[in-house]
Design a protein around this ligand. Structure first.
Ligand code: B16
Ligand code: MG
Length: 214
């Protein structure tokens, strides 16, 4: 039986996927690197440094380690400029309700975000108190699609991976959930989510009742 639901943050609970996208695009323009939907889609759920490597695949020149650090920091400044202004109104429709319904059903709630800005966002959105366990992205060594972040969330919740259901908007996240042995629910319309066990148009369509019926 499912005993816990682990939510992704960016693109599932808040519409920050577009903010990440815009920040990377701004950097790409400065570097003269081509940037399109497919590149942006591949970056979803992938950590900051991994995303930068994806962006630089098409860069006209090589970048040193120090330069890469500066570029990643620059992107993060652009991103934080935007999320400083975030508030509860930036929750995606139905997100708070979905988390609350899981709690009401007596299941545990976890958050597994690759974002180091997740604690700031949770505060801004006013939902930090809705999670039994939040995985600190700073303590994770391997980015999604590696299962590490979801396994750490399950262990923090005290629930076996097979008893967890994960909600994700990114191909890397769905792959991580499957590798963790969890039920993978994809939200969104991206063809990249085809590997999900269940695909929903958005988090508003998430009905915990359909997963716990006996
Ligand atoms: P940061 P998630 C991920 O969050 C985003 O999907 C991804 O686009 C971003 O690069 C990553 O967080 C790192 O974020 O630069 O803020 O540390 O979808 O796992 O909640
Ligand atoms: Mg996401």
């Amino acid at each position: 039986p499912i005993r816990a639901v682990i939510f992704d943050l960016d693109g599932v609970i808040a519409d920050t996927a577009v903010v990440h996208h815009a920040a990377w695009r701004r950097l790409a323009v400065q570097l003269g690197v081509p940037f399109d939907e497919a590149v942006g889609e591949r970056m979803k759920g992938v950590d900051r440094r991994g995303s930068l490597e994806i962006l630089l695949e098409r860069a006209p020149r090589a970048y040193s380690e120090a330069e890469k650090e500066e570029l990643a920091a620059r992107k993060n400044d652009y991103y934080r400029e935007q999320i400083q202004r975030f508030g509860p109104g930036d929750l995606l429709p139905g997100a708070r309700e979905a988390i609350e319904a899981v709690r009401r059903a007596g299941l545990k709630t976890g958050l597994a975000s690759a974002s180091r800005n997740a604690p700031l966002l949770l505060e801004r959105l006013g939902i930090a108190g809705l999670f039994d366990h939040v995985v600190d992205a700073n303590r994770i060594a391997r980015s999604k699609p590696d299962p590490e972040i979801f396994l750490a969330a399950a262990s923090g919740l005290g629930v076996a991976p097979e008893e967890c259901l994960g909600v994700e908007d990114a191909a890397a996240g769905i792959a991580a959930l499957r590798a963790a042995g969890m039920t993978a629910v994809g939200v969104g319309r991206a063809p990249a989510l085809a590997d999900a066990d269940v695909l929903l148009p958005s988090v508003a369509a998430f009905d915990i009742g359909s997963f716990i019926a006996v």
